[in-house]
Design a protein around this ligand. Structure first.
Ligand SMILES: Cc1cc2nc3c(=O)[nH]c(=O)nc-3n(C[C@H](O)[C@H](O)[C@H](O)COP(=O)(O)O)c2cc1C
Length: 145
């Protein structure tokens, strides 16, 4: 029987310098490494960056998700890592994404401008369910684009 699957949601504060080129190259390195590790560990999910914060959903076997989160928490490229949810799930929300990065396309930039205007979009003010739903909706848009 396949190990039962879990979804973990957290947010954190960006510690990478605000220089755009430096940020882009760091994100690229994080995504490259994440996609290799996550594929190996049967983890899927999505990573969002906005307003100085990261928010991430990881889904997969519990032991693998926990091990990945341990590594992620020790990463000095971000801090104040706050766990929002760790729940069993019956199916994945991001089956095709070893780790999607959200927030780069024009359509999303516009969407975030809207969210930012109404809420000052700060992931620390959202629940795990809200962050999961937001990332899932953005992933569906991205796949349709
Ligand atoms: C915001 C953020 C998200 C990350 N997401 C993942 C991830 O999904 N999977 C992963 O393996 N590492 C992720 N990392 C990288 C880990 O912190 C760590 O550098 C990496 O897992 C080390 O892998 P290694 O032990 O194979 O060198 C992330 C790092 C940051 C800062």
């Amino acid at each position: 029987m396949a190990a039962s699957m879990y979804r973990l949601v957290y947010y954190s504060r960006n510690h990478i310098a605000h220089d755009q080129a430096l940020f882009a190259s760091n994100i690229q390195k994080i995504l490259e490494k994440s996609r290799i590790n996550n594929q190996r560990d049967e983890i899927t999910g999505a990573l969002l960056f906005n307003a100085g914060c990261f928010a991430q959903v990881l889904e997969g076997p519990l032991d693998k998700v926990e091990a990945a989160f341990e590594r992620i928490q020790q990463d000095e490229r971000h801090g104040d890592v706050s766990l929002l949810a760790l729940d069993p799930i019956s199916r994945r929300s991001f089956p095709n994404w070893a780790m999607g990065f959200i927030g780069t396309s024009d359509i999303q930039a516009k969407r975030f401008a809207g969210i930012g205007a109404s809420t000052g979009f700060d992931p620390s003010r959202l629940s795990g369910d809200e962050i999961h739903a937001l990332l899932r909706d953005l992933a569906i848009e991205e796949e349709a684009a």
